[in-house]
Design a binder for this molecule. Sequence first.
Ligand SMILES: NC(=O)C1=CN([C@@H]2O[C@H](COP(=O)(O)OP(=O)(O)OC[C@H]3O[C@@H](n4cnc5c(N)ncnc54)[C@H](OP(=O)(O)O)[C@@H]3O)[C@@H](O)[C@H]2O)C=CC1
Ligand SMILES: O=C(O)C(=O)Cc1ccc(O)cc1
Length: 449
Amino acid sequence: MSTEIPIPSPADTQDATVGIIGMGDMGRLYARKISAAGWKVTACDRPDKYEALKAEFQGSSITILENGHLVSRCSDYIIYSVEAENIDAVVRLYGPSTKMGAIVGGQTSCKAPEIAAFERHLPKDVEIISCHSLHGPKVDSRGQPLAIIPHRATPEGTALITRILSCFRSKTVQLSAREHDRITADTQAVTHAAFLSMGTAWHANAQFPWEVERYNTGGIENVKINIMMRIYSNKWHVYAGLAILNPAARDQIRAYADSVTELFKLMISHKKQEFSDRILEAGRAVFGRHRGSPLLLRDDILDQYSLSSAQIPKSERRPNSHLSLLAMVDCWWKLGIVPYDHMICETPLFRLWLGVVEYVYRDKRLLEECIETAMEDDTFRMDDLEFTFAARGWSDAVSFGDFEGYRKRFEKVQTYFAPRVAEATRLGNEMIAKIFEKTRDEAGEENTA
Ligand SMILES: NC(=O)C1=CN([C@@H]2O[C@H](COP(=O)(O)OP(=O)(O)OC[C@H]3O[C@@H](n4cnc5c(N)ncnc54)[C@H](OP(=O)(O)O)[C@@H]3O)[C@@H](O)[C@H]2O)C=CC1
Ligand SMILES: O=C(O)C(=O)Cc1ccc(O)cc1
């Protein structure tokens, strides 16, 4: 497993042709970066987008072709960057046209269906080496994790793909498809489930949280709101694909919804001792080994990134039960997950989420305040009730494998929050850039934000 940030040498002979099938947000990022590093790049999207794409890339060094057959015939490394739900159909269509002896990979967020499609439809002389950039298209790729998944690969093939992808200057980690899916079920799918549920709950209570006094409480609430908005500003298929198609994700999201429900029941039945014992034991299991290490986040930074115009002074802030966060630790504990072990596949959102969770659990006073609020204070009861419904609803949508139902749930909330998306995206980008700049500074790494 390697985690260094490789710096490509301009003197390298970059004589392989890289083909990209699917020129959406991630395909474009890949095409631009790989081409800028000196590799010959050919690319396509659906045939009906050929003319528009060709006009857009006119004058660039990226060659736009009409379809995936043409890309496959002339490329030495072909990357499928299409919706996870479509991967089998697209590989079935273009896979047989793959150039003899080429290497094929995919950039979808869940590897089980991608690898199955490659095994099913690619000629036997073709190597399979997949990848996954663990960040969105607008995040600086430098220093972020990049999984490389050699599945049917020679050492020479793996070395070539590692060299091609070194232009991202990401932290590369080699994993099997199975390891990748197990880890990202936690770093991505469950994280998203928590924030999707927050958005659904706020929508169900007809709230814009930044307009509600009890959410204008700085650091932690700012992160929750900004990440929730970030997720709902993205495309539903990205989240649906990585949750529905990953078998490990289904189980983990179900476990998260169970933890939310069980904790909520203890709250409304005022079983304080049982609730408190459970929270503290989960905290010890998850954070015990990390007590002495530096915190991932500090709230003096987080306070700056608020969608609200009125910030409440710290002394007047109202505590929150933070059910979403308590349930996350409960679920990790129940599943025997130590999230720090999964940092090799961290995404920016996962790091922020773990940072916030850790911030509460490593502050004894704050954690006691959550327990006290959960038991004694009804201020957040309606929010927690809706959050519980929402977590179970998202878990059902994922376990039923229902893409259409998922899309409808997602888009309903997305539409509700749409008026503030542009501002939230700007703030979220600033917050992420600032936090990662600071994290890299503190780790003594090169500042690349
Ligand atoms: N967005 C993100 O943050 C990240 C996404 N990923 C993964 O990367 C993949 C791509 O995501 P993203 O770029 O965001 O999604 P997009 O929807 O922006 O891009 C996918 C593109 O593939 C096209 N496509 C579909 N079928 C074909 C076909 N037969 N031939 C050629 N092109 C086709 C789509 O066209 P159409 O829209 O018409 O279907 C679309 O333009 C997904 O699997 C996602 O899970 C990975 C890391 C981060
Ligand atoms: O950081 C996140 O979790 C995101 O929401 C962006 C994202 C989405 C899909 C991926 O496969 C990788 C990153």
